[in-house]
Design a protein around this ligand. Sequence first.
Ligand code: TXA
Ligand code: MG
Length: 320
Amino acid sequence: MGIISKDIKKAVALLQNEELVAIPTETVYGLAGNIYSEKAIKAIFNTKQRPFFNPLIVHIQSPEYLATIVSHIPKKAQQLANAFWPGPLTLVLPKKDTIPDVITAGKNTVAVRVPNHPITLELLKQLPFPLAAPSANPFNRISPTTAQHVENYFRDTIQMVLEGGACKNGIESTIIGFENNDPIIYRLGSISVEDIKAVIGEIAIKNKKEINPDAPGMLEKHYAPSTLTVLSSNIVKDLEKYRNKRIGVLSFKNRIDNIAIKHQIVLSETGDMTEATSKLYDALHQLDSLHLDIIIAEIFPDYGLGTSVNDRLQRAAHTI
Ligand code: TXA
Ligand code: MG
């Protein structure tokens, strides 16, 4: 029998029993456990094979709950929370002493967000504790955007995936921290830089590719398919280079005709950035499962969500 279920009561019981449950969010599925259970938190790291130096995001049920997790809320953090919660914004703020060090990898800050998914909000309201949840994929693999993706990864290691449909946004939350009360983007994500600036004005970006001491999860090789993946801004031209290979193509908008492509996925025929972004990881999962020689992925237009997607594609791509 599969592990996918819609039973919120069962999810509540498992989580109260210090077990893990994969949960739907508007960004990607998360692998969730009670933030106060050492057993559950250790299981998250072990199940994902995630290094302990990489801290977790705490998911809370409402913006008001933030005050129980963090010790200080800068004015701009409050403005961002007002504008985007529930939603794909993660705030990194000074933690309260009650937040266990394993969650934050020993840092004195904690990452928090209110996810915008009705089922997970309902789940959080039924629990007496928040949920720590990294994306529900093995370390360095593509994040899951459907319950089936999670089951494919973890059918033998976790008991339940709470079914919540395909994730609407489809890439991870935007992470914002503060240094001397100045806001900094640590990870580009589901909320575009333009939309952030519209609320709080100028903001620095430290979305580094190397290990970033401020966002230790930002390793260069991340979100990677097993299949060799290359990026392209001119697919027709690049197809020539790989003529004798079994090629999969992931294109943003345009279908490519008359060329031997084994498999092709067009993310949005109308060039709609939101639609294309929401389908990106599922398309990568699909192409990866075909065991082709190479995936050629088209670079998105470099503005709005496209900038966040290009960041993910660069991390997914192999240098050859
Ligand atoms: O959309 C999302 O954010 C999803 C869903 C499940 O909420 N979660 C997610 O979690 O992407 P994860 O663990 O895959 O990525 C969390 C990122 C990591 O890069 C980690 O280093 C960073 O958040 N992070 C966590 N706590 C931090 C802290 N105190 N300071 C800086 N970065 C932190
Ligand atoms: Mg992740």
